[in-house]
Structures are given as structure tokens and as C-alpha cells.
Design a binder for this molecule. Structure first.
Ligand code: COA
Length: 322
């Protein structure tokens, strides 16, 4: 059987760091409230003129070097993002050209915080079908550009960044199973009200902000992620005890802890970056994976469960042996 396998990872975080103390100066909140309710201590915020593709390029360069490949080896580029530089060309196309990757299929997927899981799942299918040999897969967001910095309910949560992986075929091990889901009935619980075909007049006004019912999102996230994790393990014939690592979407430490509890995993087996990154939407899982691999915790051959949940709602998981 041919697997697809992650052979290199990279991440990029913008230079500017905003601590909870900095946020305290903008809205009526406290470091204590943010840390205890969300787990966030600081987040990176992109510069006003910095774009998602620029962050992707920095993360991709590191992943390419880590994989020991040349840009000319890449034959497909997929990016999960909800904050593209432009409506078109898509982010992957911009990255392909600027990195000197030969012309190839390059497209972006929009699935909010689940964007990277959707992108990785798609890349896995192309490799297993024998239609791609080396895919650059990224999750990246300038999500703070969508945030209302006067709304304490949302502004404390988010941060920017980009994560990248290189995926290649492998006869030994790699991605074991992918599970995706979505249900638009939850649209009103978490959304951004401006699009290119609706409410365009709101763009640039005070009403163009992330709208979120935090409590409701929390409840559905925990329930759905628990269900998909159980389904993923059952389908693969893997027990909770066999899992070496959980690499979850970094939305809130309490959602992460609830997931770890359901999987009966001690927090020592969970990669947590929410304290340093905040919720970086589609960038959160690939960046957390990169952190865990680079600091030596996640080792080759270990069993890793990645999962994410986001606006839509969308959700997904990838089980892999690194
Ligand atoms: N600082 C201080 N107080 C705040 C605050 C802030 N930044 N944000 C909200 N509050 C207040 C509220 O006004 C409310 O006050 P009240 O009781 O006087 O009305 C109180 O804190 C509790 O608000 P509530 O919304 O019930 O808090 P919570 O425990 O649900 O935590 C979230 C709020 C947003 C942290 C939490 O619901 C959450 O993380 N939800 C999931 C969000 C998420 O993951 N989104 C992305 C999905 S990909």
C-alpha cells in the first residue's frame, strides 16, 4: 500500500508579539481572565502590509529545507486559508510563482480553522491516487485583520501565522486515515459577515468583524471533536492507548483539555501552543505539529492524531504514523 507521509515541516510567526498586558490597554479585560478562560498568554500579529502568501513562503522554505528536497520536486501546492491576499489568484499560486516551483496544480481551500486538515486530506488523496508525488501543504492566516480590536469577546483569542508540510509517497507508513465533516446549520454561531458576494458595503466599517457565540461554539466543538476522534480511531482499528500524540487545533486550552480527557491522554502527550500563538485558525495545527517535531517530542514512527474545528461548522481529523 502507498501511504502519503509528512517528510518536512516549517512554521512562520510574524515579528510583532502582543501580550495579554498589551490587550489590557485596548479593551476592558485582564491577563488573568484571558489565561484562565482561554489559555492564551501572547499572540503574534502580522504587520499591516504583510500578507498570507508572504507568511506561507517563509514557512514553506523551512519545510522544503527540512524535507531535503528542491522546489522543482514539488508538483502540487494546496493552502488552507480564510484570509487570502486576493480573491484571485489564490494564495497557492502566489507561493508557487514566488518560490520558483514549476507550474503545477495550485489551489486554496476555505474551511476556517479546519482549513489545513482539509488541505492535507486532499493532498493525501492525490498522492494515494498516484497523481502527485510531492505536495506542499500549508495552513496560514492573517486572521487578526478580521478582528474588531474593541470587542473583548473575540479580540483576545486570535493570532497570525503560517505552517507548512511536505507530503510524499511512502511504502512504510504515513497518513492512516482522514475524516472530514461540516454542517452549515451552525453558520450563525461563528462567521464573518462580509464576502465578495454579500454585504460588500460593510467592508472596512465597524460591522466587519468576526461574530461568535463563544459558549455555543465551545459546546459543539467539544462534542463534535470527541465524536470524530472516536470514529477515527475505530475506523483505523487503533485504541486510545496506542496514540502517542494529540496535535489539536489551538482554539482554547479548555477545549484541548476536554479532548485529552475524552481520549484519556495525559496533557504531557498533547502539543499545546495556544499560550504562545493564540488561535491562528488554519495555521494552528501545522504550526503545533512543527513545534512538537522540532523540539524532539514527536519522533519518527509515532502515532499522531491531528484534529480541528472551525466556522461553518467544519471539522476534521488526520491519523498518521510520522
Ligand atoms: N475579558 C473579561 N471579561 C470578558 C471577556 C474578556 N476578554 N470576554 C467576555 N467577558 C465576560 C463576559 O462579558 C461575561 O460577563 P457577564 O457574566 O458579566 O455577562 C463573562 O466574561 C463570561 O462570558 P462567557 O462568554 O460566558 O465566557 P466563557 O467562559 O464562555 O469564555 C470564550 C468565553 C470565548 C473564551 C469561550 O466561550 C470560548 O473559548 N469559546 C470557544 C471559542 C472558539 O474556540 N472559537 C473558535 C472556534 S475555531
Amino acid at each position: 500500500m502507498t501511504y502519503s507521509r509528512i517528510v518536512g515541516t516549517g512554521r512562520y510567526l510574524p515579528e510583532q508579539i502582543m501580550t495579554n498586558a498589551d490587550v489590557e490597554k485596548i479593551v476592558d479585560t485582564s491577563d488573568e481572565w484571558i489565561r484562565t478562560r482561554t489559555g492564551v498568554e501572547r499572540r503574534h500579529v502580522c504587520a499591516p502590509d504583510q500578507t498570507t502568501s508572504e507568511m506561507c513562503i517563509e514557512a514553506a522554505k523551512i519545510a522544503i529545507e527540512d524535507a531535503g528536497i528542491d522546489v522543482t520536486d514539488i508538483d502540487m501546492v494546496i493552502t488552507g486559508t480564510t484570509t487570502p491576499d486576493l480573491i484571485f489568484p489564490n494564495v497557492s499560486t502566489l507561493v508557487q510563482h514566488k518560490l520558483g516551483i514549476p507550474a503545477c496544480p495550485a489551489f486554496s481551500l476555505e474551511a476556517a480553522c479546519t482549513g489545513f486538515i482539509y488541505a492535507l486530506t486532499t493532498a493525501d488523496k492525490f498522492i494515494k491516487a498516484g497523481e502527485a508525488k510531492c505536495v506542499l501543504v500549508m495552513g496560514a492566516e492573517c486572521i487578526t485583520k478580521l478582528v474588531d480590536w474593541t470587542d473583548r469577546n473575540t479580540c483576545v483569542l486570535f493570532g497570525d501565522g503560517a505552517g507548512a508540510v511536505i507530503l510524499q509517497p511512502s511504502e512504510e507508513h504515513g497518513i492512516i486515515s482522514c475524516h472530514l465533516g461540516a454542517d452549515g446549520q451552525y453558520k450563525d454561531l461563528l462567521y464573518y459577515p462580509v464576502g465578495q458576494s454579500s454585504n460588500l458595503a460593510l467592508a472596512g466599517t465597524a460591522d466587519a468583524n468576526i461574530i461568535m457565540s463563544g459558549n455555543e461554539v465551545f459546546k459543539v466543538a467539544v462534542k463534535t471533536l470527541g465524536k470524530i476522534a472516536a470514529e477515527t480511531l475505530e475506523d483505523a482499528g487503533v485504541t486510545k492507548e496506542e496514540l502517542d500524540w494529540l496535535v489539536p487545533h489551538q482554539a482554547n486550552i479548555r477545549i484541548i483539555q476536554a479532548m485529552a480527557k475524552r481520549l484519556e491522554m495525559p496533557m504531557e502527550k498533547v502539543i499545546v501552543t495556544v499560550q504562545d500563538h493564540g488561535n491562528t485558525s488554519a495555521a494552528s495545527v501545522p504550526m503545533a505539529l512543527d513545534v512538537g517535531i522540532r523540539d524532539g517530542r514527536i519522533k519518527p514512527g509515532q502515532l499522531v492524531l491531528m484534529e480541528a474545528f472551525g466556522g461553518g461548522f467544519t471539522w476534521g481529523s488526520v491519523l498518521m504514523r510520522l
